[in-house]
Design a protein around this ligand. Structure first.
Ligand code: FES
Length: 199
């Protein structure tokens, strides 16, 4: 076998395999896309999610999925809102100044980090390594938390703590507050997560 024969064979193989690849790709893509309903396709692409918040009682949390992330909607009690003031001095970024574009939309750059103080809307993913923090709404002494605990969240992975507005406590592994997703109220009881008035 001469060298030129090898080259010719190799070129033929390369052409054949690249064509096979293109055909294979198209053949695979069709069933993959058609396996989704239009609403699932839209959801997969990151469409906004509408949520009825009328049944959430004070002190309760509803979790919805948006872009594959858990988004918490919490109806805070007056006591929980009051606690936000008490913990300010212990927080790493109480005024949501860090990465504001990424973490806190303009309308949530306030103490409660929300449009309406009563309702907190936040992404339940820790800013350290991405675990989902656990609810620790009960105030007072309890395992893994300080005796003067004012309610919030504890990340089980490395112990970061957050207040009821998703603001991270100082000197914890998590560097930042929890993310507030873009959102807006369509009516008093319907919330749209994933879009806001600027969108
Ligand atoms: S992932 Fe939350 S503290 Fe490490």
């Amino acid at each position: 076998m001469s060298d030129s024969t090898v080259d010719t064979d190799k070129r033929t193989w390369l052409i054949a395999s690249s064509c096979a690849g293109a055909v294979g790709g198209a053949a695979v893509a069709v069933p993959f896309i058609s396996a989704f309903s239009p609403s699932e396709r839209a959801k997969a692409a990151g469409a906004a999610v509408e949520v009825d918040i009328s049944s959430i009682k004070p002190g309760e949390k509803l979790t919805v999925e948006w872009r594959g992330k858990p988004v918490w909607v919490i109806r805070r009690t007056p006591e929980q809102l009051e606690a936000l003031k008490k913990v300010e001095g212990q927080l790493a970024d109480p005024d949501s100044k860090r990465k504001p574009e990424e973490l806190t939309p303009e309308y949530a750059r306030n103490q409660a980090r929300s449009i309406k103080p009563e309702f907190f809307v936040g992404v339940g993913i820790c800013s350290h390594l991405g675990c989902s923090p656990s609810d620790k709404f009960q105030m007072g002494p309890q395992p893994s938390l300080p005796d003067d605990w004012q309610g919030g969240f504890l990340c089980p992975c490395h112990g970061s703590t957050f207040d009821m507005a998703g603001r991270v406590y100082k000197n914890k592994p998590a560097p930042d507050n929890l993310e507030i997703p873009p959102h807006m109220y369509l009516t008093e009881t319907r919330l749209l997560i994933g879009e806001d008035k600027k969108a």
